[in-house]
Write a new protein. Structure first.
Ligand code: URA
Length: 433
């Protein structure tokens, strides 16, 4: 078999079989298939697509390229959740504790922010002392004792995806549904949970800009997971507007704590409760209505907040922060972004909002950049809100004063203010189960 022939086959619109996919993936990981060959194949996929069988085979081949995490030492049903990423998406910090506090184990491997999207690990590390690099033993022990642990992926989890993603990133081959589906699902299959809930985001702040593409991605991922023996469900949720009122690590942790205390923003609270109820449903905790009641009760009783505090402590963090969020790092400088005219916020460029937060130091341009825990944005107005000339649209936070002006200009350009009050749609757009 030669990589050349397989690239040529894909270029001509034919499907590769399991042995051929295994040959490409194994060869790529071992170095026998060159980066430029893999990049040419990825581009051929972008133009020719892949059959469902090919996507399934690619996913399994990538999942098997490294360690498959064995969670059998954790009792009971283990439920995982994956979001395709967005702006202000701090759902894991709320949903995980809700679900765990109702007796379902959450062994969560999370990632860091890249580009305009934030990452759960960066948010969690805004809490002084929290460690997200844990040994397998520590990880399993915390899940067994607290019910939840959120840690970083080990180096050996799906090395094929680590290499392929880096290549896609620089060859304009990221935004392809079969490649995204296999990338996400290979990591989920290797992470060892029994059931997986997918939160596929759509809108101006998401990878999937249209609802149709988001639905297609969700359906493909659900089918891959089912074929691999996992219990699966997916929601398509709105990311046309930032989720909640904060963007940036410590600010988002604070909002997550507020939400666990029952006083979070409405859109964020709704999405969290819906996702948590669906995870509880996958774990067979009752009907959808019963699971929604369980999710709400976890918040109103304080059980979810308590579980979050115990997780923070078990991961080395200062649990006092959970009772007293003012202990979180705060920025030295703030700047208001004011409305240049009166009207309604007709639209927000949510990806641009995420990039403005990166300019403040909340995210990274390159993988090796350090994030500033205290940097970010507090939104005072979002799509659908009325605003008067000179009123504050948002407040910028950073500890690097020189970053403020560029972020100000970037964020202001994200707001379209006009005479029309736009319809504000539902936060949950599709259920796929
Ligand atoms: N997230 C992933 O893990 N992989 C992709 O390809 C896109 C988003």
């Amino acid at each position: 078999m030669r990589a050349y022939d397989l690239i040529d086959k894909k270029k001509n619109g034919k499907s590769l079989n399991k042995e051929e996919i295994d040959f490409l993936i194994n060869g790529f990981v071992s170095g026998e298939v060159a980066d430029y060959q893999m990049a040419a194949w990825a581009m051929a996929v972008c133009f020719q697509g892949m059959s469902m069988e090919e996507i399934g085979n690619l996913t399994v081949s990538m999942a098997k390229s490294g360690e498959i995490i064995d969670l059998s030492a954790i009792e009971g049903c283990k439920v995982d959740k994956h979001s395709t990423g967005g702006v202000g998406d701090k759902t894991t910090l709320v949903i995980g504790p809700i679900v765990a506090s109702q007796g379902v184990k959450v062994a969560k491997m999370s990632g860091r922010g890249l580009g305009h999207t934030g990452g759960t690990l960066d948010k969690l590390e805004a809490i002084p002392g929290v460690r997200t690099t844990l040994s397998d033993r520590e990880f399993i022990e915390i899940v067994n004792t607290v019910g939840i642990c959120v840690a970083g992926q080990t180096k050996n989890l799906v090395p094929a995806d680590q290499k392929l993603y880096a290549l896609r990133d620089v060859t304009a081959t990221v935004d392809n549904i079969p490649l995204i589906a296999s990338s996400i699902m290979s990591k989920k299959l290797a992470s060892g949970s029994d059931a997986i809930l997918l939160d596929v985001k759509t809108g101006s702040g998401a990878f999937m800009k249209t609802r149709e593409d988001a639905k297609e991605l969700a359906e493909i991922m659900v089918e891959i997971g089912r074929k691999a023996g996992k219990k699966m469900a997916a929601l398509v949720t709105d990311m046309d507007v930032p989720l909640g009122l904060t963007i940036g690590n410590a600010l988002e942790v604070r909002e997550a704590i507020d939400t666990l205390m029952g006083r979070g923003p409405e859109d964020f609270t709704d999405v969290c409760l819906e996702l948590a109820a669906n995870m509880l449903f996958l774990a067979e905790k009752g009907s959808t209505d019963q699971c929604m009641r369980l999710a709400k009760e976890a918040v109103s009783s304080g059980k979810a907040l308590d579980t979050f505090a115990r997780m923070v402590k078990a991961q080395g963090g200062d649990e006092a922060v959970v009772r007293e969020p003012s202990l979180l790092p705060g920025a030295c400088y703030t700047m208001k972004v004011k409305a240049p005219k009166a009207g309604y916020v007709e639209h927000m460029d949510t990806q641009g909002c995420g990039l403005a937060a990166v300019l403040l130091g909340a995210g990274r341009d390159k993988k090796e950049d350090q994030v500033q825990a205290d940097a970010g944005i507090v939104l005072r107005r979002k799509t659908g809100d009325r605003v008067e000339k000179g009123e504050t649209l948002a407040v910028l936070h950073t500890s690097c004063e020189e970053r403020l002006q560029a972020a100000h200009d970037r964020l202001l350009a994200c707001y379209r203010i006009g005479p029309v009050c736009p319809p504000v749609g539902p936060h949950i757009l599709e259920y796929i189960s």
